[in-house]
Design a binder for this molecule. Structure first.
Ligand code: PEP
Ligand code: MN
Length: 472
């Protein structure tokens, strides 16, 4: 296999596959020439081009071999033999590129995965929104003060002044260096302390014995403990969890176009991102004729597409046809984010139409983005109860249709923030200002995340989702 990290064209090409390179180069330029929503206007476009050139020559963060391995794992999810759990910050910040912050977020991801593995009796593929989740789509170009809106640390600063909010292409280079540091931490934790099932279980045991509402889940956690003791008792090696994969929204195309490998292993040659294993296209940039979907078509990585309540079944089938032309299970994840009050009505015709097309996609529930609201004090928040209700509706829909509810996509942190309301002993609206720290959307805190995972475990274990029970 020949890979070339020297990309895009214009940089030296060290491969014998020049014609493949030329074809892909042409297709990439054509994709990027399409209209692209949500891109910054760099005040100095020459400087931006120079940064893109510099980044193109940098060291990739992930390899095509790793990304293929993830594709393989996701194939099992698509076939109903595994689950996908994806979680992390809405917006990573440069300031939070720290070991404690990543340890907290990845730790709660792994603890949730342990619980879901037990409840569903299936392996859980853990994917972090980390090491590159720096660009944010925004619904308005200016904020409440009339300043250019914050678009994520990779583009501008959240500080409320005009100079700080001006898009700065040097931030792409800084983002790469932060992603690189974060990636090293992810790798270290994934095969170190966050691989140790027994240690994760001990944290869960402390949670159920000390957290409000934890006692309700004592029996399940005790059962997991017995399972672990059984495995070590019969002489299995201490149970270890697998990889932690990285992901972010492929939003800022000047960044995404850098560090592309050529991957000739798949059904047709493609570009494998060297920036993350899994990339998704957001609700605001999924225009079928736009640059983002055309870019995703060229990628060899597993791809997600967010689908909101305005998505038609026909559009969903078009995403499947365009983004999974070779019918590779695990290649495409449709991430529904319908809102708890719409999911039961909007999702079924989409699932039916895609199923009728004969393709196996991963159905993933994002119960966060359809349930955002703003309080009277101006805090963007989400109710734990709405989040749980959307997951419940998602499970009901898939049970009724006989399809596999393959995954969850959460915005959650292991830190003790007050951003979402509710859950057992969770913050009220009045509590939100105490530790409201997110750079963008509200995240579940550690207790809310574990409460949610354990309650979703009940729904899985019960075999039928009972919405009345879940809404309690
Ligand atoms: C996000 O995942 O942070 C996001 C912006 O989601 P969506 O595209 O679904 O609104
Ligand atoms: Mn978000």
């Amino acid at each position: 296999m020949t890979h070339s990290p020297r990309w895009p064209p214009g940089t030296p090409v060290r491969t014998r596959r020049r014609s493949v390179e030329r074809t892909l180069a042409g297709r990439l330029e054509a994709a990027l020439a399409r209209p692209a929503a949500q891109q910054p206007h760099w005040p100095d476009p020459d400087r931006a081009r120079a940064v893109v050139r510099e980044l193109a020559a940098a060291e990739p963060l992930v390899t095509p071999a790793e990304t293929r391995r993830l594709l393989d794992r996701l194939g099992a999810v698509a076939r109903g033999e595994a689950l996908l759990l994806q979680s992390g910050d809405c917006a990573e910040t440069f300031a939070d590129t720290t070991e404690p912050h990543l340890r907290a977020n990845l730790g709660v991801l792994r603890r949730m995965a342990l619980v879901l593995t037990h409840a569903a009796g299936l392996p859980v593929v853990t994917v972090a929104r980390a090491a590159g989740q720096y660009a944010k789509p925004r619904s308005a170009a200016v904020d409440a003060d009339g300043l250019p809106v914050y678009r994520g640390d990779i583009i501008n600063s959240g500080k409320p002044d005009r100079a700080a909010r001006t898009p700065d292409p040097e931030r792409m280079a800084r983002a790469y260096h932060h992603a690189r540091e974060a990636m090293a931490v992810v790798r270290r934790l994934a095969c170190g302390e966050l691989a140790d099932a027994q240690a994760l279980h001990e944290e869960n045991r402390r949670f159920v014995s000390t957290a409000p509402g934890g006692r309700r889940h004592t029996a399940r956690v005790a059962e997991i403990g017995r399972g672990l003791r059984f495995m070590t008792g019969v002489g299995a090696l201490a149970p270890r969890l697998g990889e932690i994969w990285t992901s972010h929204e492929a939003l800022l195309l000047d960044y995404e176009r850098t560090l592309l490998w050529i991957d000739t292993e798949g059904p047709e040659p493609g570009l494998s991102s060297g920036l993350a294993h899994f990339l998704w296209i957001g609700e605001r940039t999924r225009e079928p004729d736009g640059a983002h979907i055309a870019f995703a078509e060229l990628l060899a990585n597993p791809i997600g597409v967010k689908i909101g309540p305005r998505t038609t079944p026909e559009q969903a089938v078009e995403y499947v046809r365009r983004l999974d032309p070779h019918a590779v299970p695990g290649r495409l994840t449709l991430i529904s984010r319908m809102g708890h009050d719409r999911v039961r009505e909007v999702l079924p015709p989409i699932v039916e139409k895609v199923t009728a097309s004969g393709r196996q996609v991963i159905w993933q529930c994002d119960p966060m983005h359809g349930n955002s609201r703003t309080t009277e004090t101006g805090h963007k928040t989400r109710r734990y109860e709405d989040i749980l209700d959307e997951i419940t509706g998602f499970l009901e829909v898939h049970r009724a249709l006989g399809t596999h509810p393959g995954g969850l996509h959460l915005e959650a942190t292991g830190e003790d923030v007050t951003e979402c309301t509710g859950g057992a002993g969770g913050p009220s609206e009045d509590d939100l200002p105490a530790r409201y720290r997110t750079a963008c959307d509200p995240r579940l805190n550690a207790e809310q995340s574990m409460g949610l995972a354990l309650t979703v475990a009940e729904l899985f274990a019960a075999g039928t989702a009972r919405s009345t029970e879940a809404r309690r």
